[in-house]
Design a protein. Sequence first.
Length: 302
Amino acid sequence: MIMSRNLLILLLLSYAPLSACTSNQEAPHASPNAKRYDLRGTVVSVDRSHKQVIIAHESIPGLMDAMTMPFTLYSDWAFDTLAPGDQIQATLVVDGDRSWLENPVIVRGEAAAQPPPSSTEAPPGTEVPPFTFINQDGARVRLVQYRGRALVVTFIYTRCPLPDYCPLMTSNFATIHRQMESIPELAHRVHLLSITVDPSHDTPAVLRTYGRERAGLLDFKDWEFLTGSEEEIRQAARFFGLDYFPESDQIIHNLRTALIAPDGRLVKIYRGNDWKPDDVISDLRGLLKESDAHTQHLHTQH
């Protein structure tokens, strides 16, 4: 049994350079300023179609604590062999607003139990439950209090260091925030909410500082940062389809951003980090135009 396992590992390592010759062409070319970190951990799940691997990784000195999160991997050969429970070592490249893994080394592990089932993503048209949170000022807020305004909701945590995850969501929201202030049909009719998935660390005070320093906010009247109890956040995460599971103080965090109509219905969920601020602005314009037409129709009936 030991001999066959060692043989398998040898074959994997021998096969990697041959396959990587073609797949690495798809990987970005790192700039001279790119930073590289050694990553070690255990594979939790594999998503070949999106070139992503969720890894429960050890602490990465100089970057982040141990946690569980998705990483982009461009080496096609690795997806032929990777499975939950495998041990992986790789170089994490952080370059500007991108990050990815390169030079993976895989050691076959024992067959792992399947990861927790993904949260059930509510379908469009579903009424959003009256979730309750605490904002950056320490005030309790309920989603129903924003009825009459369109909501855009995303999930972050302030310690997230990878530029194409939480920082990108915050940057996208900052762009939306600037644009909606200058568009008459959106001004004061849209509210942004950034919900942390790390409530033990992201207190109201931490979120307020983050909003000022990372989002550049002078006030929070149209964009709030929310925290709450583990259970409150878990329920919201499940509703919006976020795979969020605290495990030994770790976070599994994929990306979900939601558009909610003024009447509290879920309109759309943007998955991952490929969406652009202009996509949301366009959808907001269409949503509010439709909402205005519906309101006018109701008035004419009475």
